[in-house]
Design a protein around this ligand. Structure first.
Ligand SMILES: NC(=O)C1=CN([C@@H]2O[C@H](COP(=O)(O)OP(=O)(O)OC[C@H]3O[C@@H](n4cnc5c(N)ncnc54)[C@H](O)[C@@H]3O)[C@@H](O)[C@H]2O)C=CC1
Ligand SMILES: O=C([O-])CC(=O)C(=O)O
Length: 322
């Protein structure tokens, strides 16, 4: 049987993910958006390209002006949530929190109602915080919820390292953990090119420059585009996560996962969703790897945890007022 992937929000990121899923023939795509006509039109437009793509999948669009249309997400293997506002120059991702939380709460109620068994990928920003809010409102098992961050941030980190070394990006192994914000932690000590540590290949100044560029990689694109934020790299970063879920590949893709009591013994972030080195498979988060931090890494880690925790407290306040 074909897999079913629902994408909520048919804007730049949602439509790009839908295309990439179709190109990779991962399953049928169901697009949802609150704007009448947009999901239907984009889905039909993509569907009409399938003869050239060589795929027999179905791509369907539904407006959620009538929330009953959310019923069409029933039985989804994966639901990707991209609904919400994107930032503009001068804004941080956290500036989106107040507006996007209301949207995520609404989507969460509908997912709970129609497809609570699905694995959920949260993209709307700030993504760690929206994953936290989504879990609180939907009550869905936390390990089935994964927030985008590290998949994209690591992709940017690897790209910048490859560009600097003029090496194939295929041979660059590097990842980013922590919150998907300015305090994210590109993990230098485990970054290598064909197994050679980057600290043997690049000066400290150069590495610091690349780390900084990675941290502000989203903002760099916002400053270029001016009208919104990145969607091609996010689109493929999400598609890699969806593929690992659908095909149960158990790829190590760092992303925001729930920190339970046991995981918190290592990561000191109990109850939060934050970027960790995780294996992604058919059940969502299949495993979390522990990293033994040095004192310097621990300091960076504590800083990103504090930012994510501050945002989670804002979600708690919002939800108590509901
Ligand atoms: N976590 C990450 O790494 C990334 C997160 N993002 C975030 O993803 C979100 C979407 O970004 P874009 O697609 O570029 O924005 P966009 O503005 O192009 O699309 C957002 C879509 O959401 C729809 N929408 C708004 N409220 C809705 C609701 N209640 N129900 C259904 N649909 C609704 C809008 O009509 C619009 O079509 C933003 O919050 C952005 O910050 C974007 C890139 C990467
Ligand atoms: O920068 C943004 O607002 C969108 C995003 O999360 C990214 O591209 O990393």
């Amino acid at each position: 049987m074909r897999s079913k992937i629902s994408v909520i929000g048919a804007g730049n990121v949602g439509a790009t993910v839908a295309q990439f899923i179709a190109l990779k023939d991962l399953g049928d795509v169901y697009l949802f958006d609150v704007v009448d006509g947009v999901p239907e039109g984009k889905a039909l437009d993509m569907m009409e390209g399938t003869p050239h793509w060589g795929t027999d999948l179905n791509i369907k669009g539904f407006t959620t002006v009538d929330p009953k249309n959310y019923e069409n997400m029933k039985g989804s293997d994966v639901i990707v949530i991209t609904a919400g506002l994107a930032r503009k120059p001068g804004m941080s991702r956290d500036d989106l929190l107040a507006k996007n939380i209301a949207i995520i709460a609404d989507v969460a109620k509908n997912v709970k109602k129609y497809s609570p068994e699905s694995v959920i990928v949260i993209v709307s920003n700030p993504a760690d915080t929206m994953a936290y809010a989504f879990q609180k409102v939907s009550g869905i098992e936390p390990k089935k919820i994964i927030g985008l961050g590290g998949s994209l941030d690591s992709s940017r980190f690897r790209t910048f390292l490859a560009m600097e070394l003029k090496a194939s990006v295929q041979d660059v192994n590097a990842f980013v953990i922590g919150g998907h914000g300015d305090d994210m932690v590109p993990f230098i000590r485990y970054s290598s090119v064909g197994g050679i540590p980057i600290t043997d290949l690049l000066s400290k100044e150069k590495i610091d420059e690349i780390v900084k560029r990675t941290r502000f990689g989203g903002g760099e694109i916002v400053d270029y585009l001016k009208t919104g934020s990145a969607y091609y790299a996010p689109g493929i970063a999400i598609t890699a996560m969806v593929e690992s879920i659908i095909k149960d590949r158990r790829r190590m893709i760092p992303c925001a996962a729930f920190v339970d009591e046991k995981t918190s013994k290592h990561y000191s972030a109990q109850g939060l969703f934050i970027g960790l080195p995780i294996l992604i498979g058919k059940n969502g988060v299949e495993r979390i790897f522990d990293i033994n931090f040095t004192a310097e890494e621990k300091e960076l880690w504590n800083k990103t945890v504090a930012s994510v925790k501050g945002n989670a407290e804002k979600v708690d306040q919002f939800l108590t007022k509901q």
